[in-house]
Design a protein around this ligand. Sequence first.
Ligand code: C2E
Ligand code: MG
Ligand code: MG
Length: 695
Amino acid sequence: MKSTKLGTVPSHQYVLNDSLHQLFDAVNIVSVQGYDEERRVIYWNVGSELLYGYSKEEALGQKLEDLIIPISMRELVITAHHNWITQGTKIPASEITLCHKNGSDVSVFSSHVLFINQYNKKQMYCLDVNLADVKHAQSQAEFKDHMLKTIIEALPDLFFLMEMDGTIIDYHGADQKNLFVAPSQFIGKRMTDLLPDEAVSKFQAHIDKVLHQHGMTTFEYELNMPHGLVYFEARLSYLASYNQIVAIIRDISEQYKSADIIRKQAYFDSLTSLPNRFLALDRLSQMLLESERNEEQTAVLFLDLDDFKKVNDSLGHEVGDKVLIESANRLKHTLREVDIVGRLGGDEFIVLLRGIKEQHDALVITDNLLKAFRSPFIIDGRELMLTVSIGVAIYPENGLCASDLLRNADTAMYRAKDLGRNTSSFFSKEMNAMMIRRFKIEEQMHGALERKEFELYYQPQFDVKKRQITGAEALLRWHNSTLGNVTPDEFIPIAEHTGLIVPIGRFVLKQALYFLHQWQNIYQQKYTMAVNLSPRQFRDAELLSVIKNAIIDANVSAEDLELEITEGVLMIGQSQIHDALVKINALGIKLSMDDFGTGYSSLSYLRQYDFDVLKIDRSFINGIPLNKADCELVNAIISMAHSLGLTVVAEGVETLEQLTLLDKLGCDLVQGYYFSKPIPAKLFLDFAANYNLKK
Ligand code: C2E
Ligand code: MG
Ligand code: MG
């Protein structure tokens, strides 16, 4: 036992173990080494060559501790081997780290056996299994475990591992805040036993689904937590090989909130928080389906605030916004729970009335809505009176779909405006025809000025006592090639609505004053010219300069011009109108209150502004002398006007009886068919010439 060469090793040491060696030679995944009593290598299989790097030739005859035992373990190994040989103290199998030929560590699981050969010599055999793969796998597993923990801690999600019946067997999650019950209370329990009913039914349905379809299923649910309502998204995944389900739960409250904000922006009006046009019409479509099923009626109300634009223009958008918010509140509070109110845009609202049995039901609610606007709006300490006009269309009578009903309610709303605002109107078939005509008029009115389709007619005014012509009122006529003659009662409101009254009004002023100049020149006499002014014209910032220029251009005196306005203009109560009236007065132009008796007939307006003329509306003159009440009223108006220093003009005098009575009552001037209808300029001059001749 001296040399390391195979040939020099005594052959008797091999003999005993030959069959074993053959076996060990055949396996190379286990390293087998044999050592004699002096710990010299007597056997070294291929497995040992592969594991420790020493060839059989290199190893044989070497001492164990010189080959693969790290220095630190040498003493220990020598002692253990010695004890085994001398005292029989077995070296137990264990995991140890030995040394490779190149100095690197070799982790092995080492088992040992002791043989006694035929020469009564003890031989120790070591069987080492390489643990490198196991170690690697182990550290991989540890790494993965650590990584998973880190990830789970970093994620906001909660992870539950469940049996197929929903029993929770494991849980991970960094954020305890969103746990509905503490882990100690839910481990071993079923998810479906812990949560409220609604969440349970979702979990149950999705557990069934994921077991059935495998893959992943996602759903949302909400829980009422001590810190508020929390929205969750759950993802369930079935681990088929383990028969387990992983539930990953995420708090999506933030997303939910943002989605909610987006939803609100898309469907609700930001100013009033009412459903917007899109949502309101969607609700209407749903309501129509219900109505059809239940054989009920649905009413669609189209509401438009009267003169809202004036509020906005004169008091600013902030006040306008507050008026809209307050209007929305009044509408909401007046309606039943089941009804819907939405904002269509601007000052337009829509109201949907569900389950209407007859038209009367809608009428009652419509009246309540009108009443809701009776009390003044108090905005920034200022009292504002605002009214609303309402158009009503009823399903199924006035339309079957949302858009038809809305259009017809809109048409009816226009009718309500025509009726004098602050009222409601129900859609009728005739209105449709009216609406079509209205559109045609609007269409044709564009360009009518340029096409010279407008002409002024003049109606003379007479002094009752002297029976002399004192002046005339300019009244506009429109002849259109497609529509024929259109009356001012029809086209003036449309011109007002579209704003076309502004350029048309300028034309009227110019034309009327030009004619006045002509007329005065012919007779070398003072006459007055009355020109009607619409409320809309007061919104024209240039109104005053237009009037001034017209006077200068026509070379007439300001006091010969009389501007007729109705109470409607004054009721708007705008500072802009107030200023314009004061300036008109200051220019020396006369102010005339037209159609007196048809509006509020408020004395306060007559006192507030410097009116010169009051015109009694034709409807009262019509009744005299037969209708006693009308006679008394006309009498009262004349005395009152006189007490205020106003000249009184009676409109629409058609008979001698009317003229005689008006004379008796002290009326100053008259105008009417009795003397002349409104006539074109040339005819008017002829008429005036003839009349003067007759006298
Ligand atoms: P208005 O200012 O009250 O004009 C008087 C209306 O009574 C005129 O109707 C006139 O033709 C009519 N009339 C006069 N005498 C009699 C009579 O004896 N019997 C009857 N039944 N009617 C009589 P017209 O010309 O159709 O004008 C209607 C309204 O249209 C006017 O009422 C006025 O408010 C408006 N209008 C007419 N021209 C203009 C205009 O140039 N600008 C503005 N802004 N409005 C105008
Ligand atoms: Mg008039
Ligand atoms: Mg009038």
